[in-house]
Design a protein around this ligand. Structure first.
Ligand code: H2B
Length: 98
């Protein structure tokens, strides 16, 4: 069963995922990614989409040409869970490869 992250995990967030920011007004994190062009941005999204579908945990995201905005939150628990942190770590690793 998924549950909200603990206060201890929450206080570690800025250190563990420094490029991700809390979204104002909700329990969610956001990061923007910028690529050389649309092809790169879409390839990045494809990698994440396959992972998300496999794990049944999906990002809220938008893409404009070379830019991808991603917000993570667990809808089933109404806020941040370990599943979001896992997905954020995965996304960071994929991004490093571009
Ligand atoms: N993604 C996210 N981010 N949060 C969820 O709670 C969630 C999901 N739940 N993907 C899954 C799908 C759920 O809606 C389906 C019915 O399993």
């Amino acid at each position: 069963m998924t549950s909200l992250i603990t206060p201890a995990q929450r206080s570690q967030l800025a250190q563990e995922l420094p490029d991700w920011r809390m979204v104002e007004g909700r329990d969610a994190i956001h990061r923007q990614f910028v690529f050389n062009d649309f092809s790169e941005a879409f390839a990045f999204m494809t990698r994440i989409a396959l992972h998300a579908e496999k794990n049944n945990h999906h990002p809220e995201w938008s893409n404009v040409w070379n830019r991808v905005d991603i917000t993570l939150s667990t809808h089933d628990v109404g806020g941040l869970s370990e599943r979001d942190l896992e997905l954020a770590r995965y996304i960071n690793i994929v991004f490093e490869r571009f």
